[in-house]
Write a protein that binds this ligand. Structure first.
Ligand code: FCB
Length: 446
């Protein structure tokens, strides 16, 4: 019996990324990534934290998989560290990197957990950055070679492939705001990055098709679909404009719609370096779309600067990230995707919240009722979307355990499991047990 109201074949999972959990950054021939460099740049990471050890998953993956098994998930989404496989980004392959991921994948399979691989979760090899990183068109072809190597090595056991995680963050946070690696602040660099990542994605999907691999391939987007603050036409336009800027530049070309005109008008100083044939490559058909959903914001017309829509205050409670908790925004987003892109299958590849979690005095438990209600409310929206006929096929929680949260270091806890960074002990939080009940089908999501 399944009491959730969510179909039996729905995939429940958890997600992580290599840089955030692996540690062992100098072991077994791993090269440097832009995030290793960024961590060493003064003032970039909260209290100068780094990911040299983080959860030490590189050595403890068996223990972590045991916990996943206890949780009862069907699939585990993780990323491959490109600099473990090609320490210089290209050229000489590091067999030890391949060996590590082979062991991880085999251990998952042994435990009946399906591996879902993200090829790029932000850790670009530093040597490629030294040659212009994503600003350089050649990086797209180098990525393709890396992707082909991974397909050949792991395709026999991996049915789900994600080319990129959140190109938005690589482009805007890494190249416009400068708060993520490589820490550049330049709009033209951002535009180049947007286009070259889109291109690398398309080339990779084509290569996957050429070999006729059995699995599915898609991309993970962090879409910011803003809602208009009021019903006024001006606010609607402002929300649309902000959405074009943050999301449609990634989504429209994937779905054969080219780049949004509004984006091009509103940034006349930049030029997207599109060459003949690129848009056909980028729109190579995917099998699924992954979305990471954390929050939704309302946008209003900005009287002082009509070109720049402004966010407005709302009544929603906020997480430790200061992100408003808006479960209904997930439903609105799924509807929007369905209407605008008649999307193929959709997976929520990340969703979760950072809370001020603390261990109880016994050191063995952590009560996080707010995460449980966060989960419940978002699951209800999944259920509602499925009932509407939207092809939502799975959900991966971010994250299985607390980990290195980029520029916030270890100050934000997103896990279902509490990470004690001193002892490296993993302590399941109450939400871990709640999620287990949902996966087992016991929780009526009402
Ligand atoms: C997403 C990232 C993920 C994690 C969560 C909180 O944007 O993909 O690595 O940091 O946010």
């Amino acid at each position: 019996m399944n009491f959730t109201g969510i179909p039996e074949d729905f995939i429940w999972g958890v997600a992580t990324s290599a840089f955030q959990i692996e540690g062992a950054t100098t072991e077994d021939g791993r090269g440097l990534s832009i995030w290793d460099t960024f961590c060493k740049t003064p003032g970039k990471i909260h209290q100068g934290h780094n990911a040299e050890m983080t959860c030490d998953h590189y050595h403890r993956y068996k223990e972590d998989i045991k916990l996943m098994k206890q949780l009862g998930i069907q699939s585990y989404r993780f990323s491959l560290a490109w600099p473990r496989i090609f320490p210089q980004g290209k050229g000489k392959l590091n067999q030890k990197g391949i060996d590590f991921y082979n062991s991880l994948i085999d251990e998952l399979c042994k435990n009946d957990i399906t591996p879902a691989i993200t090829l790029y979760h932000w850790d670009l090899p530093q040597s490629l950055e030294d040659q212009g990183g994503w600003r350089n068109r050649e990086t797209a072809s180098i990525f393709l070679e890396y992707a082909k190597t991974c397909f050949a090595a792991f395709h026999d056991r991996v049915p789900m492939w994600i080319t990129f995680n959140e190109p938005f963050c690589s482009a805007y946070l890494g190249h416009y705001h400068g708060c993520h690696a490589p820490g550049i602040q330049d709009m033209q660099a951002t535009a180049n990055t947007i286009h070259h990542i889109n291109l690398a994605h398309g080339l990779t999907v084509q290569a996957f098709r050429e070999k006729a691999y059995k699995g599915k391939i898609g991309i993970t987007q962090m879409l910011i679909k803003h809602r208009p603050a009021t019903r006024s036409e001006q606010d609607k336009k402002a929300a649309q404009r902000a959405t074009d800027y943050s999301s449609s530049v990634f989504m429209d070309p994937l779905f054969g719609k080219g780049y949004p005109k509004e984006f091009l008008y509103s940034t006349p100083e930049v030029n997207l370096p599109v060459q003949k044939g690129d848009l056909d490559i980028i729109s190579e058909k995917m099998d699924f779309l992954g979305i990471n959903y954390y929050a939704e914001t309302a946008m209003a017309y900005n009287q002082n600067d009509p070109e720049k829509p402004q966010g407005v205050e709302s009544y929603y409670p906020k997480t430790e990230m200061d992100w408003p908790v808006v479960p209904a925004g997930l439903y609105r987003m799924l509807k929007w995707l369905d209407e605008k892109y008649s999307s193929p299958e959709i997976y929520i590849t990340e969703n979760g919240c950072a809370l001020p979690d603390t261990l109880e005095a016994d050191g063995e438990s952590c009560h996080d009722p707010d995460r449980i209600s966060y989960l419940r409310e978002h699951f209800k929206m999944c259920k509602k979307a499925i009932a509407d006929g939207i092809k939502l096929k799975g959900y991966f929680h971010w994250s299985i355990m607390d980990n290195f949260e980029w520029a916030y270091g270890y100050s934000k806890r997103f896990g279902l499991i509490y990470s004690d960074y001193k002892s490296l002990k993993r302590i399941p939080k109450d939400s871990f047990y709640f999620y287990r009940e949902v996966i087992a089908g016991h929780e009526p999501l009402e």
